[in-house]
Design a protein around this ligand. Sequence first.
Ligand SMILES: [Zn+2]
Length: 255
Amino acid sequence: METGRHKSQAVILRRTNYGEADLIVNFLTPESGKVGGMAKHGRKSVKRFGNVLTSLSLVELEFTASRNRELVRLERGELLKNYESITRDVERMALAGYVLELVDGLCAPLDPVPAVFRLLLWCLDRFDSGRQPEEAAFIFQIRILALTGFGPSISGCPVCGQPALAGQDLVLNPEQGGVACKTCVPSGFPISPGTIKLMDLALTLDLEKIDRVRTAPRVLDEAGPFLRAYITYTLGHELKSSRVIEQLKRRKLKG
Ligand SMILES: [Zn+2]
């Protein structure tokens, strides 16, 4: 990133208290990718930051990058859009936490991928509008994995080379990088051809057209556990918010 003053749209991914009043934040921007910054008096300066550093929102941040510092210095922030309705719903809040943690985990610092930023805003908008948040989370996970170079392979079996939809029984296996024949790789998440087709559609369709995709509950039930396991395997650790989602799911099943 060039040294000097910057002004950019951003979404705060992670915040850590520092000292009495300061805040260290990771945020995603379209132009600079993931950035780490220090906000002096970030927890207390209502004048400079309002609540933009502590709320789930799309913001405009002004910050200064200097040559010898790893963290940029946050100067001020302005709220552009508040995702307030997400914060009122425990399930959508858990999914949003998962999505932000995933962006933080998958994106390399200062490596701009504007499509990831657009995807994040798309996903938060879907969570905010309350329409099928799990469907949005499914599409988000598949696409961000592909955009950051970690996309699962769903075209064919890595052992025998047979195309995925040749009529054989299939599994999804994180260690194998995606789909495989059940006879070649006996362990993994059982998966139906319909789910593979939906995963392919979620990957390849333009974001503008993706709202036409409708995923049956079965697709989410099959793909969801695989994606969380695949992400754990890819990152080398489980996302904290992944456990929250599992707990909520169990509670829902118990009714
Ligand atoms: Zn095979």
